[in-house]
Design a protein around this ligand. Structure first.
Ligand SMILES: Cc1cc2nc3c(=O)[nH]c(=O)nc-3n(C[C@H](O)[C@H](O)[C@H](O)COP(=O)(O)OP(=O)(O)OC[C@H]3O[C@@H](n4cnc5c(N)ncnc54)[C@H](O)[C@@H]3O)c2cc1C
Ligand code: FES
Length: 301
């Protein structure tokens, strides 16, 4: 029996230290069309999978036109204890001025971080008691938080089936963060794996005999998230979605990331509606907590 929608995730969130801190960038590598950059966090705790950081470059932030101004939200894609602190890895796609500057960071430069923030993924057995393992479904840059999720499950001996989909080679990357050969891939242009959507791969798993005992954790563009949410609802399989709605503050102050909760009905448009702020009540939410994953401006195309 899965937990009711109103019940918060049982996974403890790691609390961010107060204020932002400047970290040294230690590497920046190409990964197909994306970049993987890392920073050493001497003071911060190790994050949980699904949590995120608000990032800004120390220099070159705010050009002649003032952009980028606010920090940008990034899921942590991997982390490792190293001499001097915790190495944080981020997977980035250049889609605008903020991500362009972050993708261009060079080793030795400094990066402002605030985090870890937000609600992490639950363990599969918290999402669906009795689930023997997890199905991880990632699309595009949304594969980032699933890399750390898989690593954490692996460390606990929890099996995970990984399904990743990309639009084309230019909009792909991050596979090295998964460090395993059991990934099933899909691409819309057929450059790797199944030609088509990652949801084609998921539908095969959900039709299997053991689907009822599954727990699905997903991150990707809104259309993919909504398809996964609807497929899991139809199959009676609990799922969690990491939502990437644009965020201005990242810690609950601005309400810029609010989305309607499920079952918040009202005869008039907004009467009776209740909302959640995805930066504090998410970014990871259960599929049955929201009305739809099709949130304007959230997630990459
Ligand atoms: C919790 C969370 C985790 C995220 N994790 C990652 C990550 O691991 N790697 C990564 O590359 N990006 C991630 N994003 C998205 C990233 O924050 C945005 O791409 C970034 O803020 C865009 O800033 P910009 O200045 O480059 O572009 P902007 O000028 O702000 O936007 C450029 C284009 O991107 C679109 N856009 C704006 N915000 C978003 C958004 N949140 N997602 C997708 N498209 C957007 C705009 O509509 C516009 O077309 C995450 C977002 C959230 C909320
Ligand atoms: S981003 Fe400001 S409240 Fe969520």
């Amino acid at each position: 029996m899965s937990r009711p929608a109103s019940e918060a995730s049982a996974s403890p969130r790691v609390q961010a230290p107060f204020g932002r801190r400047a970290l040294e960038v230690t590497r920046n590598l190409a990964s197909d069309g994306y970049r993987i950059f890392s920073a050493l966090d001497g003071d911060g705790p190790a994050p949980e999978a699904g949590q995120f950081y608000m990032l800004a470059a120390e220099s070159g932030w705010g050009g002649a036109d003032g952009r980028p101004y606010l920090p940008r939200a990034f899921s942590v894609a991997d982390c490792e204890h190293e001499a001097g602190g915790v190495r944080l890895d981020f997977l980035a796609q250049d889609v605008g001025p903020g991500t362009a500057r972050l993708c261009a960071l060079e080793p030795g430069e400094r990066l402002w971080v605030h985090g870890p923030l937000g609600r992490p993924f639950s363990a599969p057995a918290e999402l669906n008691p009795g689930a023997p393992g997890a199905i991880l479904v990632g699309g595009g840059i949304g594969v980032a938080p699933l890399a750390l999720m898989r690593r954490r499950l692996l460390a606990k001996g929890v099996p995970a089936r990984v399904l990743l989909g990309f639009r084309d080679r230019a909009n792909s990357g991050g596979l090295e963060l998964f460090d395993c050969s059991e990934i099933r891939l899909a691409s819309e242009d057929g450059h790797r794996g199944h030609r088509g959507y990652v949801t084609d791969l998921l539908s095969v798993l959900l039709e299997g005999d053991d689907a009822a005992g599954a727990a699905v954790h997903t991150c990707g563009p809104p259309a993919m998230l909504e398809a996964v949410r609807a497929m899991c609802a139809a199959a009676g399989v609990p799922c969690e979605l990491a939502m990437e709605t644009p965020m201005a503050c990242g810690f609950g102050a601005c309400f810029g990331c609010a989305v309607p909760r499920a079952n918040s009905n009202g005869r008039h448009k907004d009467r009776g509606r209740t909302y959640m702020r995805l930066c504090v009540d998410g970014p990871v939410v259960r599929g049955d907590e929201i009305e739809t994953a099709l949130v304007a401006g959230s997630g990459h195309a």
